[in-house]
Write a protein that binds this ligand. Structure first.
Ligand code: C2E
Ligand code: CA
Ligand code: CA
Length: 812
């Protein structure tokens, strides 16, 4: 019997007997070297004819119209494997699998994939579909339709073997994909020509918004080249051949490669897309804010390295300089990135290095939790303009710039201000195009001047009196000292100078700002009237002692390690503890919260960044009872430095009870602005009243996203909240005005609507459908699995007390 016939006749048996196996070949993320996926490839290991390569049995199965059996089997097996790993709590990464034309013609492959996904409880980002280019070339109706449907549903569709056929470019024009897989033929003859072609293809793909993967990578040289041109993913024998999963895993472990975490997929995808072909310098810098703050180059093109060399630096020396953060330039660079992170705009800063004058630009392009990736360029302007012969004086004058933190040019008649030099700290607050002098002054005062110095500062910069004061001064210069924000959470004494610009007929002056004195030494202040009379020391002490004992406010203060230093009597009473119980302890030590993360994160931000926390809703456990509180916290400064934090909180229930008013906050879910559980209960009672009075039935619809906890564990709180907001918007839109919508807890939403259960079924299903159509949140893939139930008040034994419980028990 020929091998062809053998294959045709033994496929079913091979599938049943386990002769067909899935081999996995890892896909590597160039930016990190991590394993970001696997490709599933079929192997036929026959007891009789031994090892059959796919190229021998795939065409045969296509011809005999049986390939869909194989592909369904592979899909099933991949999903089962993913499921098992997930159940065991082992890491998973997406797996791509191959489809043939007949899969589209002989089966409803879309439905098959969806069903299998459901069966194994997976999210859609775990499966990518590879369709070979030649299939698309023929523009077959079913393929187009299905690949669109897959993308719509939130799967990635990859074009396999790109460049192998004749119509690659046409296909790109007519179909949409997420990624193109460069055919390995490109690498087979690794010539200058093929390098050029690969470079253009990768660049073109990026312009079209497509990710790129190169297959058949066999040498380090090829990998380095593909990295240098910004190809995002690599696959090939250099890393590993296709193998049984356990072997592939072991091989990756041996190479020291971690598996990419789900939350980082979008992050590195976005960063990878920011690399493009350019003659200018381009680098990616990653800032990891988690533990020690560190900057790290993920990528730098040749031009970037050459710019660095032009002033005697290298990637690692720059990296070391920023991270050690010792000298002035390092601090400025550090702060420059910090600021670019805040604004999200492209920021520019100038530096002087030796006799060189450098322009650095940076823009944040990807963020996840406390990590940010920036695109960065550096340009040696001096070289650029061939200023090598620049005279000595000019070079040295230019250095003077760097003595200052800020140099502004102020026009008193136009009332405008222009930043000539300095950090764009205020970009977050002021639209710099407006350049309105008074607005800029006030914003600067509020955000950058220590509160104790603000009154003096306002007097100092008052435009009305500047001319007069300058005229009265001896040298045409006004000087004063203010504690000025020099990095997040730290104020330092800085000298502020207002100086006339010669020849501007007193219309323009320069505003200069520089570090005044070593830390901790306050300079002699130039007299300036304080506006508010401070209480005397005795008065202050009296007030404080009385506040502590009698105010009825629960407040506390802590050191910079978040350990309690003290608290008011109300605070101690509220928790039923003594001062001794809490001194030197953190909230975690006390075990007051169900979820400590939000507390810790808030307080760390206060200590590190000097932020204020207002009305942050939380829960804490007091003698076994859960209380909802809302907290206000702020940093405690000592001489401009944060030494701890202080705060106070209110028990929301107590406040609302005593005020006897319906407080909105108590009934509202702060994340979605929908009603919360309490609001829902109130609404439910009104519905029931109406139902009794008007003999009008109402229905409760409960929608629960079973995958909610998965979203939290993959992406964290911030993204999960974004998802809930998206869901809430979707429910508002679909449920319309005459429904009451609430979020009960986690991912559970309820909708109350008049009319019977039967009448509400269409609404309930459209709500479910609309929610399940949410596939991404801020670029991250999510899969919602909505369980639904409906109960109406006319069913037997339904009361306002049990309706929600019964609805929960019916979720399916
Ligand atoms: P493909 O999808 O282009 O798969 C890549 C092929 O290149 C695989 O061959 C893989 O083993 C091989 N390869 C990977 N890295 C390297 C490398 O560095 N150098 C070289 N020279 N080769 C490398 P394989 O597994 O023999 O598969 C051949 C083709 O069979 C696949 O090409 C795919 O079109 C098809 N195929 C494999 N499994 C399935 C399947 O489950 N369903 C369908 N419909 N087709 C499949
Ligand atoms: Ca493939
Ligand atoms: Ca391929």
């Amino acid at each position: 019997m020929g091998i062809t016939n053998y294959i045709i006749e033994h496929l079913d048996e091979a599938l049943q007997q386990g002769w067909i196996q899935v081999y996995y070949q890892p896909v590597i993320r160039t930016l990190t070297g991590e394993v970001c996926g696997f490709e599933a490839l079929a192997r036929w290991i026959d007891p009789q004819v031994k090892f059959l390569p796919p190229n021998s049995f795939i065409p045969v199965l296509e011809q005999s119209r049986q390939i869909h059996k194989l592909d369904t089997f592979i899909l099933h097996s991949v999903c089962q494997t993913l499921h098992e790993r997930q159940e065991k709590g082992l890491p998973v990464v997406p797996v791509s699998f191959n489809l043939s034309r007949l899969d589209f013609e002989m089966t409803d492959i879309f439905a098959g994939i969806e069903e299998t996904l459901r069966e194994f409880d997976l999210t859609r980002d775990l499966l990518h579909v590879e369709i070979t280019e030649s299939l698309f070339a023929e523009d077959l109706g079913p393929i187009r339709k299905t690949s669109e449907a897959l993308r719509q549903a939130g799967y990635q569709v990859w074009m396999d073997d790109f460049g192998s056929g004749y119509s690659s470019l046409n296909v790109l024009k007519d179909f949409s994909f997420d990624l193109i897989k460069l055919d390995m033929e490109f690498l087979r003859h690794f010539t200058e020509n093929s390098r050029q072609i690969i470079t253009s293809v990768v660049d073109m793909a990026k312009r079209l918004g497509l990710h790129t993967l190169a297959e058949g990578v066999e040498t380090r040289e090829q990998a380095d080249f593909l990295f240098s041109i910004g190809c995002e993913c690599l696959q090939g024998y250099l890393f590993d051949k296709p193998e049984p999963l356990e072997k592939a895993i072991a091989c990756m472990q041996q190479q020291g490669r971690a598996w990419e975490e789900r939350k980082n997929i979008h992050y590195y995808n976005a960063a990878g897309m920011a690399i493009h072909q350019t003659d200018s310098s381009l680098a990616l810098v990653e800032f990891s804010g988690n533990r020690e703050k560190t900057y790290h180059f993920l990528y730098a093109n040749q031009a970037f390295r050459e710019e660095l060399i032009s002033f005697g630096q290298h990637l690692h020396t720059i990296e070391q300089m920023i991270n050690e953060n010792k000298n002035r330039d390092a601090r400025r660079l550090y702060e420059f990135f910090y600021n670019a992170n805040l604004t999200g705009h492209k920021e520019t800063e100038f530096f002087v290095s030796g006799t060189h004058y450098l322009r650095v630009q940076a823009q944040a392009v990807a963020k996840v939790e406390n990590n940010t990736i920036f695109t960065t360029t550096v340009k040696n302007i001096q070289l650029d303009r061939d200023y090598r012969e620049q005279d000595y004086l000019d070079n040295n004058l230019r250095r003077l710039y760097t003595l200052y933190n800020v140099i502004d040019l102020v026009d008193l008649e136009q009332e405008t201000i222009e930043t000539i030099y300095g950090h764009g700290r205020l970009a977050k607050y002021v639209d710099r195009r407006v350049r309105n002098l008074r607005q800029a002054q006030e914003v600067f005062c509020q955000h950058c001047i220590y509160y104790k110095d603000q009154a003096r500062y306002r007097t100092f910069v008052r435009p009305e009196t500047i001319k007069q004061r300058l005229a009265a001064s001896e040298d045409g210069v006004l000087r004063n000292y203010f504690r000025t924000l020099s990095k997040p959470g730290e104020y330092r004494w800085q000298e502020h100078t207002i100086m006339l610009v010669p020849g501007s007929k007193q219309k323009q002056h320069l505003y200069l700002c520089k570090d005044a004195l070593p830390d901790g030494v306050g300079p002699h202040l130039v007299a300036c009237p304080d506006t508010v009379e401070a209480p005397s020391a005795r008065e202050a002490r009296l007030l404080w002692e009385n506040q502590l004992a009698y105010s009825g406010f629960a407040f506390f203060w802590k050191d910079n390690k978040r350990r309690f230093l003290g608290a008011s009597r109300s605070f101690l009473d509220y928790f039923g503890v003594t001062l001794q119980d809490i001194l030197g302890k953190t909230d975690e030590d006390m075990g007051w919260h169900i979820d400590e993360t939000p507390y810790r994160e808030d307080e760390e931000r206060i200590l590190n960044e000097g932020v204020y926390i207002e009305n942050s809703a939380n829960q804490c456990i007091i003698r076994g009872v859960l209380h909802r509180i809302t907290a206000f916290k702020h940093p405690v400064y000592d001489n401009g430095k944060i030494v701890g934090l202080a705060g106070m909180f209110f028990d929301v229930d107590q406040v609302t009870r005593t005020s006897k008013e319906i407080s909105h906050a108590a009934y509202e879910d702060p994340v979605t602005n929908l009603m919360n559980r309490r609001g829902f209960l109130a609404a439910l009672l009104s519905y029931q009243e109406q139902a009794l009075l008007q003999k009008q039935p109402f229905t409760l619809i409960v929608l629960n996203n079973e995958n909610y906890s998965r979203t939290i564990s993959s992406y964290g709180r911030a993204i999960s909240s974004e998802l809930l907001q998206k869901e809430a918007d979707c429910l508002r839109r679909v449920a319309g005005k005459n429904s009451v919508i609430a979020r009960m807890s986690a991912g559970i939403f309820t909708v109350l609507h008049f009319s019977s259960r039967k009448d509400n079924e269409p609404l309930a299903f459209s709500l479910k459908k609309a929610l399940e159509e949410i596939h991404e949140v801020k670029g991250n893939s999510v899969t919602l699995r909505i369980h639904l139930s409906l109960v109406d008040n006319e069913e037997a034994d339904i009361t306002a007390e049990n309706i929600y419980r019964i609805a929960l028990s019916r979720l399916s």
